[in-house]
Design a protein around this ligand. Structure first.
Ligand code: ATP
Length: 487
């Protein structure tokens, strides 16, 4: 029997009340309990969940006090919840509340906008189970690997109304959390769908802020381990002295301060995926241990004399050239080969500028709670400025600029200066350097390949290693002509 998992977020009542309220109500469901928005966000980061039950315990002050008695504190809590639900809109939410909450405008709006159904106390448990089963079924339908991509209409529109009157079609909303419809992104979606079911390690390369963690999440969500945890570790952020115990765990007394046995991050990813971001920053000593884990699928806690079997898939990511790190002796070659079984390249934003309007609309909606209500979208000049910029910080930079604009904009439309991009729109007839650079790179590779030379020769002439040549070919979607000829 497959496990039915549910996030239960209870607000407005003591955390201890929740297990009691749900006791015996939902047999066959595994409940992930969260008593705060922060707690819920944490659960959503570490698990792949598609259905959420919102237990809204806000009660009026007393009988008859119904509508007016929803205190200011409750209104503030509802506003905070509204922002949270906007952020986690891909979940199917079902609300359980007291009837008076629905007589209050903020409560009614929140449930109406974010939830696919609601129930009031006292609960009809059979109907609740039916609703939850239905929501899970809908979520499973939606989880079909990357739904069809949005079709650009004749007027350049994409579906229902987005920030610029463009449509954010259902496809955009649900392609995991990755947004983009350019050939480069479509190629990436195809690669994600292909590597997800395999059990091998995956290495993701891409500049900082391109979305490597989202790609890792998308692979996890489509893998056989999707119901298990997704544990993300930033190798660059672990304190050097603690790295061994953080990753592999420790036994009580193993070192000063080890007051009890503690499992490491690898063990907590058992049954799921461990995402090792900035893998190039992992100290050499730990690289050896990680290699052992990849070979033996077991971990030895610090101070332990027996190892524990752990079944976790490893997805690693790097924004630095690991091959160069291997050449410098900063990264183990055997680990590099072990991790690089399946590799993906996430394209930089400057290489897929046709995604900018879609991404801009997406973040306009995602951070809607931060914007002034009068703000309607982007001016033509702002869209041109987005296109004219080179995006060294990639999607993360785009998010930061849009969030700044949502707060700073004074008019009804975002202007280039709100984005901090005044004067960056590409003047007619002059191509921004980023685009020109990418095109030149592609032409040089294609030029070398068509002359029937071996990959080693082409790599030598271009002044890069063979691995880098393969990586660049994947980035530009250039296939190996020798392989194509032999088909
Ligand atoms: N294609 C995309 N669609 C929607 N959001 C995206 C996309 N790519 C990136 N993002 C968002 O951009 C931000 C940065 O993405 P992420 O952290 O995955 O990048 P990264 O490549 O792992 O960065 P770093 O190398 O610095 O760790 C996140 O908020 C992520 O949600």
């Amino acid at each position: 029997m497959t496990t039915k998992t549910l996030l239960c977020l209870s607000l407005g009542a003591p955390a201890s009340a929740m297990p009691r309220q749900l006791d015996g109500l939902l047999p066959g469901w595994e409940l992930c309990l969260a008593a705060s928005l922060r707690d819920a966000a944490r659960q959503l980061r570490s698990r792949s969940l598609s259905v959420g039950l919102l237990l809204l315990e806000y009660e009026p002050a007393g009988p008859g006090a119904a509508v007016a008695a929803i205190a200011a504190a409750t209104a503030a809590a509802l506003a905070e919840l509204d922002a949270f639900l906007r952020q986690h809109h891909w979940l199917h939410w079902i609300a359980v509340c007291h009837r008076p909450l629905l007589q209050h405008e903020a409560g009614r709006k929140l449930v109406g906008e974010h939830c696919c159904d609601f129930h009031t106390w006292p609960l009809d448990s059979a109907r609740l189970r039916h609703t939850l089963g239905h929501a899970l079924g809908l979520a499973a339908l939606r989880a079909v690997p990357f739904p069809p991509l949005p079709q650009r209409g004749t007027n350049g529109s994409y579906g229902t109304s987005g920030a610029n009157g463009r449509h954010e079609s259902a496809a955009v909303q649900t392609a995991g959390q990755l947004v983009g419809h350019t050939p480069a992104m479509r190629r990436l979606y195809g690669q994600i769908a292909r590597v997800a079911p395999a059990d091998a390690a995956v290495l993701i390369w891409g500049e900082s802020g391109t979305g490597k963690e989202l790609v890792a999440q998308a692979i996890h969500a489509r893998s056989a381990a999707a119901a298990g945890p997704f544990v993300a570790v930033n190798c660059a952020a672990i304190a050097p002295g603690l790295a061994q115990s953080e990753l592999f765990g420790h036994m009580r007394g193993a070192f000063t301060g080890a007051a009890q046995d503690r499992r490491g991050l690898l063990e907590s990813a058992d049954g799921g995926t461990i995402f090792l971001d900035e893998i190039g920053d992992l100290p050499l000593e730990l690289q050896a241990n990680l290699l052992r884990f990849l070979q033996e699928k077991s971990v030895l806690r610090v101070g332990a004399n027996r190892s524990v079997l752990v079944n976790a898939r490893v997805i690693a990511a790097s924004h630095v050239d690991l091959e160069a790190a291997v050449a410098r002796g900063a990264f183990r070659q055997d680990l590099y080969y072990r991790l690089n079984v399946l590799s993906l390249v996430v394209p930089a934003l400057r290489e897929r500028k046709d995604d900018l309007p879609l991404l801009a609309d997406h973040f306009f909606e995602r951070y809607a709670a931060e914007r002034a209500p009068r703000l309607r979208g982007y001016s033509g000049a702002a869209l041109a400025a987005l296109r004219g910029h080179d995006w060294p910080g990639n999607v993360r930079e785009l998010i930061n600029r849009i969030r700044r604009a949502l707060i700073m904009a004074e008019g009804r439309l975002i202007q280039p200066e709100d984005l901090g991009l005044a004067g960056t729109a590409a003047p007619d007839g002059c191509e921004p350097l980023g685009g020109a650079r990418v095109r030149a790179e592609r032409q040089a590779i294609e030029g070398g390949l068509v002359q029937g030379k071996s990959m080693t020769q082409v790599a030598e002439e271009l002044g890069v290693s063979r691995m880098t040549l393969y990586r660049l070919m994947a980035k530009h979607g250039i296939s190996n002509p020798a392989r194509a000829r032999s088909k």
